[in-house]
Write a protein that binds this ligand. Structure first.
Ligand SMILES: C[S@@+](CC[C@H](N)C(=O)[O-])C[C@H]1O[C@@H](n2cnc3c(N)ncnc32)[C@H](O)[C@@H]1O
Ligand SMILES: Nc1nc2[nH]cc(C(=O)O)c2c(=O)[nH]1
Ligand code: SF4
Ligand SMILES: [Mg+2]
Length: 210
């Protein structure tokens, strides 16, 4: 249990459970290949069985950290900051994103969309999950829809999600990492037959970078 004062700071988004931060190359989706500083916020209750960062799920394992400290540090590294998790939208992203934007940084989010949108974003990557579907505010504002393909049924799920997201969103299919040998060739065929979709790979894993 957090002390009451700290809990109040977390509730208003002035402190957030920080898991890790790292400067790397965006490995996935529309901005693949571009330098970005990643901030990973702990806490997620969506429960994807193939999640590649299960250590993030329990927010209590990650120290509540003042956003000023997070922002001052991030500004040293890059012009683009990616907020990920865990599920960042479990927390109020308002103060974090406004403080980053005050420093003229571009602010991107990686989200399942399972919670209502908070914060001001330059780019929203929505990766919807069957277990806990996105909220309307995230469908309406996503710049990118990135559906993970673990099995053949996920292509049907992807089309259902493409119907729900706003029409300006770019559409991506990304193989689940442990199934990539089986699923990547299916994704390649699918995109050639349905060219509104694009392929996204977790290129940072091929590059052996964070
Ligand atoms: C770890 S999640 C954190 C952000 C948010 N909870 C979400 O799911 O979008 C970051 C991205 O990694 C993707 N991802 C997680 N595990 C994966 C895996 N095993 N293979 C491929 N993509 C994965 C997610 O779908 C998401 O797009
Ligand atoms: N390089 C790199 N690119 C990423 N794109 C989304 C990531 C994430 O975990 O949210 C991620 C990540 O963990 N590393
Ligand atoms: S929503 Fe994101 S962080 Fe949460 S379990 Fe799924 S992939 Fe992992
Ligand atoms: Mg990752």
């Amino acid at each position: 249990m957090l002390a009451k004062e700290i809990q109040l700071e977390v509730n208003k988004g002035a402190m957030l459970p920080l898991m890790e931060e790292f400067y790397t190359i965006q490995g996935e989706g529309f901005h693949t290949g571009t330098a970005a500083y990643f901030i990973r916020i702990g806490g997620c209750d969506v429960g994807c069985h193939w999640c590649d960062v299960k250590e993030s799920w329990n927010a209590e394992l990650h120290p509540p950290t003042k956003i000023n400290q997070i922002v001052d540090n991030a500004a040293k590294y890059a012009d683009t900051i990616v907020i990920t998790g865990g599920e960042p939208l479990m927390w109020d992203m308002g103060l974090l994103t406004s403080s980053l934007k005050e420093k003229n940084l571009k602010v991107h989010i990686e989200t399942s969309g399972a919670y209502p949108l908070s914060g001001t974003w330059d780019w929203i990557c929505l990766s919807p999950k069957k277990n806990k579907l996105p909220t309307d505010t995230v469908y309406a504002n996503a710049d990118e829809l990135k559906v993970i393909i673990y099995n053949k049924h996920d292509f049907i799920f992807a089309e259902e999600q493409a119907e729900k997201v706003n029409k300006k969103a770019k559409l991506f299919l990304q193989p689940e990492w442990s199934k990539k040998e089986e699923m990547t060739p299916l994704i390649v065929d699918y995109v050639m037959n349905n060219p509104k979709w694009r392929v996204s790979l977790q290129t940072h894993k091929y590059l052996n970078i964070p």
